[in-house]
Design a protein around this ligand. Structure first.
Ligand code: DC
Length: 237
């Protein structure tokens, strides 16, 4: 999509766990020619660094001190994003179940959030971006050009996660996954610092009955409509 002025565009996609944010954001980025930033991956890298250094989540001092030395690098190129801890690419490792749980716990720590928000703002300085997370439209980029908030029923989200499980993680039942998702939602939305919240101006999209392609189509349509409106105002029509 062409910019109607010199401004870089930013689209924020927030929402509950397993609501289809990542897949949708990635595909949208590909379709619109935007870069894609998955902010959850950055919190996950902080958690993986703690695991690598055998730092427990309850050792607040060690967790906060680890932020001084952790070396997180992110490469965003269109719909591809790679994340590194030091020289090691950890894009796959951060998806492990153990990392997911710890991430949700440590992402409540204000110092962790402060550092991530700073990094995110620095990364998204130039270029059109689709940024996906939990607090993008509320805290990180409250002036985003467009904001979406994705939801889906917990049953549907558990089914999606279940289908994604790798063979070695396949010991879990659907009910266990549903419970884990509910716990994460509760933790993410009740923490004091930047809880998961829909920005007032975010468009809510319930993806329960949508396939990924339908989600992408739906959001693309909404974005095009908004951009058309903007260009009409810009052209003084
Ligand atoms: O989107 P995800 O599942 O990769 O996110 C992992 C965890 O990181 C999730 O439990 C909430 C947290 N997170 C956050 O607090 N703020 C963000 N902007 C992104 C993720």
């Amino acid at each position: 999509m062409k910019n109607i002025d010199d401004k870089w565009r930013l689209i924020a996609i927030d929402g509950v766990a397993a609501s289809g944010k990542s897949t949708t954001a990635k595909k949208l980025a590909g379709e619109l020619g935007y870069h894609y930033l998955d902010t959850g991956a950055m919190y996950r890298a902080v958690a993986l660094n703690l695991i690598n250094n055998r730092i427990g989540k309850d050792d607040n001092y060690a967790v906060i001190s680890s932020l001084e030395t952790v070396d997180i690098k992110v490469e965003c190129k269109n719909d591809q994003m790679k994340i590194y801890l030091g020289d090691e690419e950890v894009s796959e490792k951060i998806r492990a179940n153990e990392v997911s749980k710890l991430t949700s716990q440590i992402s409540a720590i204000p110092e962790v959030r402060r550092m991530m928000v700073e990094l995110q703002r620095a990364l998204v300085k130039s270029n059109d971006f689709i940024v996906e997370g939990r607090d993008i439209g509320t805290v990180v980029f409250p002036d985003a050009d467009m904001k979406f908030f994705l939801t889906a029923s917990v049953e549907e989200r558990a089914k999606r996660r279940f289908a994604e499980l790798k063979e070695d993680e396949n010991v879990k039942t659907l009910e266990e996954i549903e419970k884990e998702i509910e716990e994460r939602d509760l933790r993410d939305s009740t923490r004091t610092t930047s809880p998961l919240l829909r920005a007032e101006d975010a468009i809510r999209v319930d993806t329960t009955d949508m396939t990924v392609n339908e989600q992408v189509k739906h959001l693309t349509r909404l974005i095009h409509t908004e951009m058309r409106k903007e260009s009409q105002v810009y052209a003084g029509e």
